[in-house]
Design a protein around this ligand. Structure first.
Ligand SMILES: O=C[C@H](O)COP(=O)(O)O
Length: 254
């Protein structure tokens, strides 16, 4: 899958017409997993605790250990991201995030109006380290989360000065983002992100076989986020290195 439009890249905006590969985000829950993941060409290591919810935070101790581990990799260090939980928890824990983290994301559940969502983003941004970029999260099953539809989240993110959005699922019940959002809608969201010059990531029970299908549907996210599909069983089970190699080979072809 090649990105041929003009998008933001991690360092800023790509020049028009530049083709670049889809980035790969992997969610991790322990320092052992961070060390395994460091062997693969992962763009973003995302710390979260899958047992406690879709975007539950890892412990502050793990944040610190991951920051130290990634710093030791020098120039080949991937970016670091942290899930902060849903709004109340995100407001509480965001002040503890080490400055080494490039990105943080807060779940929007319960933010059923533009005012509530923007207020939550403002509160969290006020507490995060100045160098950590807040990523707007939209849930594909937003009705279950009592939050706004992805299109509204993307528009509001742009207005609020956020440059990145991630779509995930609130319910981790086997239904993927692709079950909740039809191809036409995902393609329209891709176009919207392009028009707004937003970097966007697609997550939510995405399987490796979905990568080809997405390209065929003209859905070309800047980044694909995975957890369940690189585990031995469900998303709370250990990492499966065979599956990580499959993903890494598949994304290398993009
Ligand atoms: O941010 C990405 C998520 O952790 C994806 O998790 P999942 O593939 O298990 O839905």
């Amino acid at each position: 899958m090649a990105i041929q439009d003009t998008f933001i890249d991690p360092a800023g905006f790509s020049p028009p017409g530049k083709i670049r590969p889809t980035q790969w985000l992997v969610s991790l829950r322990s320092i052992e997993e961070v060390e395994i993941a460091a062997k693969y060409p992962i763009d973003i290591l995302d710390l979260k605790e899958p047992q406690h919810g879709p975007l539950a935070p890892a412990s502050a101790e793990l944040w610190l250990a991951a920051a130290q581990s990634v710093a030791s990799l020098g120039e080949r260090a991937p970016k670091l991201s942290a899930a902060l939980g849903e709004p109340d928890e995100a407001r509480t824990v965001s002040g503890d995030l080490p400055t080494r983290f490039d990105f943080a994301k807060a779940g929007p559940s319960g933010c059923d109006s533009a005012a509530k969502l923007v207020q939550m983003w403002d509160d969290v941004r006020d507490r995060l380290p100045a160098t950590t970029e807040l990523v707007a999260v939209a849930y594909a099953d937003h009705g279950a989360a009592n939050s706004l539809a992805p299109e509204s989240v993307f528009e509001l993110a742009k207005q609020a000065g956020l440059g990145r959005c991630l779509i995930d699922t609130y319910s981790k019940n086997g239904k993927s983002t692709l079950d909740h959002l039809c191809p036409e809608r995902l393609s329209a969201i891709h176009k919207l992100a392009s028009q707004l010059r937003l970097w966007w990531a697609l997550a939510g029970s995405i399987r490796i076989g979905d990568v080809d299908w997405l390209g065929q549907q003209n859905v070309r996210p800047d980044c694909i986020g995975v957890r369940g599909d690189i585990c031995t069983e469900d998303r709370t089970s250990p990492l499966c290195e065979t599956r990580m190699s499959l993903w890494s080979n598949r994304l290398a072809k993009n």
